[in-house]
Design a protein around this ligand. Sequence first.
Ligand SMILES: Cc1cc2nc3c(=O)[nH]c(=O)nc-3n(C[C@H](O)[C@H](O)[C@H](O)COP(=O)(O)O)c2cc1C
Length: 218
Amino acid sequence: MITSQHTAEFLQHRAGASPRISAAEAALERRSVRKFTDAPVSEELMEQLLTLVGRAPSAYNVQPWRFVVVRDPVLRQALQGAAYNQPQVGNAPVVIAIYSDMEDALAHVEEIVNPGLDAAKTADTVAMLRRTFGGMTDEARAVWGNAQANIALGYLLLLAETEGLATSPMLGFQPDQVKDILGIPASATVTALIALGWPDEEGYASHRHDIQRVASFR
Ligand SMILES: Cc1cc2nc3c(=O)[nH]c(=O)nc-3n(C[C@H](O)[C@H](O)[C@H](O)COP(=O)(O)O)c2cc1C
């Protein structure tokens, strides 16, 4: 059983520790990996990793991302079916479903207000958030929330790499089936599935645009 005390201890320990590799090295070395060894990934390590992922920023600090960590082989088998039978879903020790749940975030909007604010500023912020999101269509809110959850996805891929874990992010799945299998609310948006484990292949050599192709400096 992992308690918030364990998480606090981990964060304290982690703050002073160097990562296994740096973020820059992880960015250069990360590749999608679709074959994993049989070595398990502990629930404790997953909780620690997701604790760091939860440090991702989001607009208004809404943090609409939610995670389902799937280790159960029967559930992973079912998810593989929902993911067009992509083999990495069945053979990874862990599959994470990351989704955005704006309804849950807005039902508890006071949770996201900085506790350092005084009562009047807290009330103003809550009212502003309710006005902002209440004025959007359900669809626009879902798109907005999914964009925030993708920030957490990027954090997850990079942070996993710094710990020596390999990942395979996926959009190739049928979201309604994934929601049914995992009990994710119908109104939520499934951002990605991520197969995760210890690598048993290098993955394909990746290529990227030159910086001049995608950035301009003025
Ligand atoms: C959001 C997202 C969805 C993806 N969906 C799939 C997928 O369904 N199946 C798959 O095999 N790879 C998938 N990929 C992997 C990409 O093809 C891969 O990241 C890209 O070709 C770059 O290669 P690299 O990850 O090895 O650097 C996805 C990647 C991302 C970021």
